[in-house]
Write a protein that binds this ligand. Structure first.
Ligand code: ADP
Ligand code: GN1
Ligand code: MG
Length: 370
């Protein structure tokens, strides 16, 4: 069933949960590209405002909401028990899935929409870009720690929520299909971007080959480690809670590291239109590398460490390929807010790839240091 506008069934979804107080309002929230996210304001008996995150899962993207929510509940229950054993505050350091009135993990509305609720983790900030280098360092430690905490999680119990999610070679193949079909007649106007992808075909196989040869291990990874998928403590600046767990699956540690670098090791928005402002920042690269290695380095093999720059470059290339593919296919995957939005996003990614290539030796030297 095609998804209707989320607002159409919002009231129904709100009624699917007992928020423990009066619902005062619900507004669109966040900058995610996939799900429909709302912040719900409630007032409890004491008169305090209590907030929740209500999300309609994008079931075009995540076609098995039951498997998806089982993953999230499994992972967050596991994290909660470890955090509590270590004397941490599990209500702030991991997400908690709030059950529906019927005790389910999500509420299905009459249009087939699937809605879930998390308590809002208060006293935190969610950054869209790095303002101070320490923030990036803190996010590295938090994502590294996340991977460490899940090292003992039974990966065989996880559902693959999106098949071949970071199979860069397959992303290239899908791009070629979109190019050949060219359903919107857009290919002729983006030949530079297309050529950029075609010139990088061999790169798309580098990590996949190592994985298939058994040289890189599969680990339980997050797979979407953007800076805005982490909540930082407002008071201390520490990265405390990793969110957006839809893509927690077996994957490569290099991709988690790489996706953070892609998004955060620069000073621009992902959709910046002025490419002169889009520059890969080696200092930020170094600070993230330091934090990630401190938190997760002990668990990494020497080959994983050696290939960290490849993780950064390939996640950036792959993301650019995905934006361009979506542009060619008519913008049906990522949420877009203006004409050419996916194309703008694709261009920033390719500019960053070029910058990384120009700084390749320096990146490798930095990685060797840690
Ligand atoms: P998407 O998959 O669309 O990116 P996210 O799960 O990342 O959706 O949520 C979108 C935004 O909502 C996040 O970037 C963050 O700002 C906010 N958010 C999500 N969950 C919480 C939470 N439990 N507490 C506070 N803010 C949250
Ligand atoms: C999407 O959901 P969000 O906005 O955190 C996408 C990522 C991309 C990212 C690019 C499930 O992440 O893979 O890297 O946009 N998530 C999915 O910003 O496709
Ligand atoms: Mg997100």
């Amino acid at each position: 069933m095609a998804l209707c506008k989320a607002e159409e069934t919002l009231a129904e979804a709100l009624n699917g949960f007992d928020f423990g107080g009066e619902i005062v309002g619900a507004v669109r929230y966040g900058k995610g590209h996939i799900n429909d996210t709302f912040c719900v304001y409630t007032q409890n008996e004491a008169g305090d405002c209590v907030r929740f995150i209500l999300q309609r899962i994008n079931t075009n993207t995540f076609t098995d909401p039951d498997g998806l929510m089982e993953n999230i509940v499994g992972v967050t229950d596991y994290l909660r028990s470890i955090i509590e054993q270590n004397g941490g505050n599990s209500a702030r350091e991991t997400m908690t899935v709030k059950r529906t009135k019927e005790g389910k993990y999500y509420y299905r509305d009459t249009q087939g929409g699937c809605w879930r609720v998390y308590p809002f983790v208060e006293g935190t900030v969610c950054l869209q870009k790095v303002e101070k280098p320490e923030q990036f360092y803190e996010s590295a430690k938090a994502f590294g720690r996340f991977q460490q905490l899940l090292a003992g999680y039974d990966a065989s119990t996880l559902h693959e929520t999106i098949a071949k999610f970071h199979d860069t070679r397959n992303r290239f193949a899908n791009f070629k299909k979109a190019l050949e079909a060219d359903v919107c007649n857009r290919a002729s106007s983006v030949s530079d971007e297309i050529n950029f992808v075609l010139q990088h075909e061999a790169d798309c196989s580098v990590l996949m080959n190592l994985l298939e040869e058994g040289k890189l291990p599969l680990r339980v990874t997050h797979n979407d480690t953007k800076l805005n998928n982490i909540l930082m403590d407002k008071a201390t600046g520490t990265g405390i809670c990793v969110i957006d767990l839809d893509t927690v699956m077996p994957g490569l540690a290099l991709n988690d590291y790489g996706d953070s670098i892609r998004f955060g090791a620069n000073h621009c928005a992902e959709d910046e239109t002025d490419l002169s402002k889009v520059n890969f920042d080696l200092e930020l690269f170094e600070i993230y590398t330091k934090g990630f290695m401190e938190a997760a380095g002990d668990a990494l093999t020497s080959l994983e460490k050696e290939y960290l720059p490849w993780g950064a470059k390939l996640m950036t290339l792959e993301c650019g390929i995905r934006f361009l593919t979506d542009y060619l296919e008519g913008d049906h995957y990522f949420k877009t807010h203006r004409e050419g939005h996916n194309l703008d996003r694709c261009r920033t990614q390719f500019k960053l790839v070029q910058d990384m290539e120009a700084n390749w030796d320096a990146m490798n030297a930095i990685v060797k240091k840690y």
